[in-house]
Design a protein around this ligand. Structure first.
Ligand SMILES: CCC(=O)SCCNC(=O)CCNC(=O)[C@H](O)C(C)(C)COP(=O)(O)OP(=O)(O)OC[C@H]1O[C@@H](n2cnc3c(N)ncnc32)[C@H](O)[C@@H]1OP(=O)(O)O
Length: 403
């Protein structure tokens, strides 16, 4: 039986990719590689440190704060410092000069055009931004001027995006012939299209939760769902129709159509290879149509539009689609962002941090796990000095609010 040439090249590509993944997990050697590409810096400002507020500043204004390799390493180190800062309540990430961030440094991109180098950058930035997102403090991206490509990816890792009236935010990756790389696209809840999180592991995880619940003697309530959605059964025909409906047309649609078509699948079982069958359902693993962090914030339709259109959204549009939380004035942005953060961090740092940890667990774990985590975080606070002090002050919450 002859193997279609497209399939052979897919097999070669995935083997090559596997090798890259296996050899490239040493963060120190990636740091050494990235540090060769100099320009600009990322630093932590401690001006508001005593209030528990850190400023993380991207500083390469002559390139509109494009991220050089060195800046990526700086960012990683700053996040490590924040991880060790035990009294931190909030971090504001912002850009120096005229804008927030123009994405990856295009000169770095030109000098490092291999899949392996792309993997190094993607892996390192994802690791850093994942750690940034997990910090037990309120995080804010202060976007002024353009945030382009990786700049937009950086922005979505914070709890809040505050845009100024001159902001422009765009996932221009498609226009640049690439997809999101720094994690701007990937949701933690997502199964399917991701390594180690296949539709099968989704089904197994549901089964495990049910069995665990039964074993622990819980009453079980069951909501019946259309399980076909769990499996990789997107019909290419419907998908293309939908994309067309959401105004993905012309060359872009043809490109996606050709990407999906002419694919074959076979099954290897008991030393025998089945006949090849054309694939009419399912999105290829790791494709540009893979689910995207943006989906979590915006919902699927808006995220699809934002990613596939490569459009630049102004401040008002960012607010309307829900990616931005608030519009600030460009001139007073730092003061306004500080005031915003101060309102969210009135409590003691241990309280702010515990709330953040509880919220983080609640978005990832099941209800029971989240409840017991909340209980664990809560117990030592009950009767603590902070608690005793508050009780002694006989606080009247309504009167205090008015004054
Ligand atoms: C992770 C994947 C990715 O991030 S893909 C990268 C996506 N980023 C881009 O394509 C950025 C392209 N740049 C632009 O669209 C504009 O420069 C934006 C950001 C809108 C700013 O416009 P404007 O304020 O008019 O400035 P400008 O164009 O005159 O730029 C000033 C100098 O900065 C440079 N610059 C800008 N962005 C980058 C970048 N990402 N990498 C390297 N250099 C960049 C410009 O080339 C310009 O340099 P020069 O002064 O002409 O030498």
């Amino acid at each position: 039986m002859s193997v279609p040439s497209k399939l052979k090249s897919c097999m070669r590509r995935s083997l090559h990719h596997k090798n890259i993944m296996e050899e490239a997990v040493n963060l120190q050697s990636i740091e050494a590689f990235l540090s060769n590409f100099e320009g600009g810096d990322v630093h932590l400002s401690t001006d508001y440190w005593d209030e528990g507020i850190a400023m993380l500043c991207l500083n390469y204004p002559e390139k509109r704060n494009a991220m050089s390799g060195k800046m990526m390493v700086d960012l990683g180190k700053c996040v490590s410092k924040l991880e060790k800062w035990e009294t931190g309540k909030a971090v504001i990430i912002l850009g120096a000069g005229e804008n927030f961030c123009s994405g990856g440094d295009l000169d770095f991109a030109k000098a490092t055009g291999t899949a392996k180098e792309g993997f190094y950058m993607s892996y390192y930035m994802q690791d850093t931004l994942k750690r940034f997102r997990k910090l037990p403090m309120v995080s804010v991206s202060l976007v002024h001027g353009p945030a382009v490509g990786g700049g937009s990816e950086l922005a979505v890792f914070a709890d809040y995006i505050l845009v100024t009236d001159n902001a422009k935010l765009g996932f221009v990756h498609g226009k640049m012939g690439i997809i999101t790389a720094w994690g701007g696209g990937t949701s933690d809840q997502q199964y399917g299209f991701r390594n180690g999180r296949s539709p099968t592991s989704a089904a197994l995880s549901v089964k495990e939760k049910i069995v665990d619940g039964l074993e622990q003697g819980y009453h079980m309530g069951i909501t019946l769902c259309d399980l076909s959605k769990v499996f990789d059964c997107v019909s290419h025909e419907i998908l293309l129709e939908k994309l067309n409906y959401y105004v993905v047309r012309g060359v872009t649609l043809s490109l996606i159509e050709s990407y999906l078509s002419d694919r074959f699948r076979t099954v290897y079982y008991n030393d025998e290879l089945s006949d090849f069958k054309g694939v009419r359902f399912g999105v290829p693993q790791g494709s540009v149509l893979g689910p995207l962090l943006l989906v979590q914030i915006l919902g699927e339709r808006k995220a699809t539009e934002m990613l596939l259109s490569s459009k630049m959204y102004n401040a008002q549009e960012c607010l309307e689609i829900g990616i931005a939380y608030k519009i600030l004035s460009t001139a007073n942005r730092i003061q306004e962002a500080l005031n915003f953060v101060r309102k969210l961090t009135v409590s003691h740092s241990s309280i702010v941090r515990s709330f953040k940890k509880v919220l983080d667990v609640a978005t990832k774990e099941d209800f029971e796990t989240s409840l017991s985590f909340e209980c664990e975080e809560f117990s030592p606070k009950w009767g603590s000095d902070l608690n005793k002090d508050a009780l002694q002050r006989k606080i009247h919450h309504v009167k205090e609010e008015k004054s």
